[in-house]
Ligand binder design. Structure first.
Ligand SMILES: [Zn+2]
Length: 180
């Protein structure tokens, strides 16, 4: 960490200024909940970063209840497994819920996205886009990646869902496949 003065702030208000002022109001009404870092419900939720999905409200979660791990698509990447492994082995969670959703931005992308990116910047990303066409199948693949990870302590309670962004309802996905 540098001990030099912070960089000068931009002259115009940014959206982040709005976040900082909202935080001042939040902190004014905040009292130390006195919790430790171990989630009360011993559950980790892996979900898409989609702005229409308010994970705590949609799942009835309170502060301190759960780990929430989010990325584009709610994909189970190596880094997702890293977080889940720490969640289970260091912080005591056991159940894992996967939440993908209708109308996901990844449905309109293809792996061409990587190719186009390489053409533009001259470097191929070392990650997959993880685009998909069938959200149910995408959830099944995510469940499979979690269940087959050698690093996790407990994969006995892993369930996958699709959140409908128009109704707010979760639909559970059968890991065995459609019409099983
Ligand atoms: Zn999404």
């Amino acid at each position: 960490m540098s001990t030099s003065a912070p960089a000068p702030r931009p002259a115009t208000d940014s959206v982040i200024d709005r976040l900082v002022s909202a935080n001042r109001a939040y902190a004014a009404g905040f009292t130390d909940p006195g919790m430790d870092a171990r989630p009360v419900l011993k559950v980790a939720v892996v979900a898409c970063m989609d702005a229409r999905l308010d994970l705590h409200a949609a799942l009835g979660l309170d502060l301190g209840d759960a780990h929430t791990i989010r990325n584009a698509g709610g994909v189970v990447t190596d880094d997702t497994i890293r977080s889940l492994t720490i969640s289970q082995r260091a912080l005591g969670t056991r159940s894992i819920a996967l939440v993908h959703h209708t109308n996901c931005g990844l449905e309109s992308l293809t792996e061409e996205f990587r190719h186009d990116l390489e053409m533009e910047v001259g470097q191929r990303p070392n990650w997959a886009v993880e685009a998909f066409r069938d959200v149910d199948q995408d959830v099944r693949q995510s469940m499979q990646r979690v269940r087959t990870s050698p690093f996790l302590l407990d994969t006995g309670d892993v369930r996958g869902f699709v959140f409908d962004v128009t109704t707010g309802l979760l639909r559970e996905i059968d890991p065995a496949g459609p019409e099983a």
